[in-house]
Design a protein around this ligand. Structure first.
Ligand SMILES: Cc1cc2nc3c(=O)[nH]c(=O)nc-3n(C[C@H](O)[C@H](O)[C@H](O)COP(=O)(O)O)c2cc1C
Length: 263
């Protein structure tokens, strides 16, 4: 897909996880546009589906009992083909594209990897045996103020706090850091991650940024590589916004992927 760079670069600055929604539907044309983006970003290893059916069945159970996500009129399901060695990165990347398009359309979202009912998702979209719903996101119009539960989640996950770049990066020294890499890393810093754990680490070279994870053991039952896939979308948007082109190369664990800029 040719990424709508300016539109999504702006959206990545506006995006915040939001868990309480107004009880109004998302317009058909916005759902149509989101489905177009889903189709364009879906490919081998990852796909994203939008649904406005069976919301109760998806946000039922654990979420409902904690009241974390309320009132969403639609949701996106982020589905991985578990036979693909890079499934988590691919789902994170594709999913964040759909999230940013939703934000650009004036909607709110929240990646939810822990507390959703995957059986409920399977009731209204076909999930093959080799596939797994890795996460979902509510999609809709946010309430004016966050609910008490949302505020608690925000405090627990220190949701606006981000690690400083010098902790996240190694490689080039700051004064030698090219503008494209600076913009890419600052965009990556704003990426959402499960419990805001920010597991990504970046290795800078003259013509590439390599993403690795901070540790191998997963927490919260969510792969750190899924978060890294989300950050990949931000890195690419930052780099392209600064005027460079490039492409991703998937790497073997523990490395995740490398963005090589075109010479
Ligand atoms: C892969 C992934 C899984 C997440 N899972 C949950 C979840 O299960 N429940 C929840 O309330 N928030 C979840 N979040 C949202 C994060 O808590 C939130 O993005 C983070 O605290 C940063 O806040 P921000 O998105 O407002 O920048 C998840 C985020 C990501 C990227």
């Amino acid at each position: 897909m040719v990424l709508p760079v300016d539109r999504w670069y702006e959206a990545l600055h506006d995006r915040h996880a939001w868990r309480s929604y107004r009880d109004i539907p998302v317009e058909a044309e916005k759902l149509y546009r989101l489905r177009e983006v889903c189709a364009e970003l879906s490919g081998p290893g990852a796909r994203v589906n939008i649904s406005h059916e069976n919301i109760e069945g998806v946000f039922r159970g654990f979420i409902a009992s904690y009241g974390q996500v309320t009132g969403a009129p639609a949701y996106a399901a982020f589905i991985g083909d578990m036979r693909d060695p890079n499934v988590y990165e691919k789902v994170g990347y594709a999913g964040e594209g759909v999230i940013l398009e939703a934000v650009a359309l004036g909607l709110s979202t929240c990646w939810v990897g822990m507390t959703f009912h995957s059986g409920g998702v399977a009731e209204n979209m076909k999930i093959d045996d080799h596939e797994k719903v890795l996460a979902i996101s509510p999609i809709g119009y946010r309430t004016e103020e966050p609910t008490l539960d949302d505020r608690i989640m925000r405090v627990l996950s220190r949701h606006h706090k981000r690690e400083p770049l010098d902790k996240l990066c190694s490689g080039l020294k700051e004064q030698a850091c090219p503008l494209w890499a600076k913009d890419a890393l600052e965009a990556a810093q704003l990426a959402p991650s499960a419990a805001n754990r920010q597991p990504w680490r970046f290795l800078l070279a003259d013509d590439s940024i390599t993403i690795t994870v901070d540790r191998y053991r997963d927490t919260h039952g969510i792969s750190r590589r899924l978060d890294c896939g989300v950050a990949m979308m931000h890195v690419e948007l930052g780099a392209r916004h600064a005027g460079v082109k490039g492409r991703w190369e998937y790497l073997k664990a523990p490395d995740v992927a490398r963005f090589n800029i075109d010479s």
